[in-house]
Design a binder for this molecule. Sequence first.
Ligand SMILES: Cc1cc2nc3c(=O)[nH]c(=O)nc-3n(C[C@H](O)[C@H](O)[C@H](O)COP(=O)(O)O)c2cc1C
Length: 181
Amino acid sequence: MTKVGVVVGSIREGSFSGRVAKALVGLLPSDYDVTYLTIDQLPLYNQDSDADSPAEYVAFRDEVSAQDAYIFVTPEHNRSIPAALKNALDVASRPYGENKWGGKPALIASQSPGAISGFGANHHLRQMLTFLNVFTVQQPEVYIAETPTLFGKDGEFLQNGTKEFLQSAVDQFTSLVDAIN
Ligand SMILES: Cc1cc2nc3c(=O)[nH]c(=O)nc-3n(C[C@H](O)[C@H](O)[C@H](O)COP(=O)(O)O)c2cc1C
């Protein structure tokens, strides 16, 4: 059994990123145990709290630590990742020397209801995960444009070709998981 933590970079109800995450989860092998790592309950990270961290940080760090791999699906906010996702990355990267993300494989997907597909967010996230020692799938890169035309509310596929493309990304992800774990 492989434990995979799914991090959705949007905290919005009805998030399009959430639709993409559901679609990806539906393509995972049956021996993958999925946990959605929620990020909207985390107070804004403050290094002063390292000595006596809020309960939400402790629980989140434990959940991150318990995973064998991660799937990140993020929207783009002002050409980068949303603040809530940055906060979650920071929370589980600290206290200094206790990065909980490191040494694990990850798949990154970005999406936008517009045409640009979250390219900026995708690459900012990739840069941060490199520093956090997370091994990301390089190819295929998953940039999803015009998300509402491709995915229904429960992550169902609305057009031909999308499922096959996402399956190719999931296959690369599971190969990387097998190679690392
Ligand atoms: C503060 C803010 C900044 C945004 N900046 C971008 C952007 O840089 N690029 C983009 O494609 N969409 C941008 N958007 C629109 C988002 O792509 C859109 O809100 C999308 O639905 C977010 O994904 P979600 O449905 O998963 O929350 C922005 C939205 C907000 C609220």
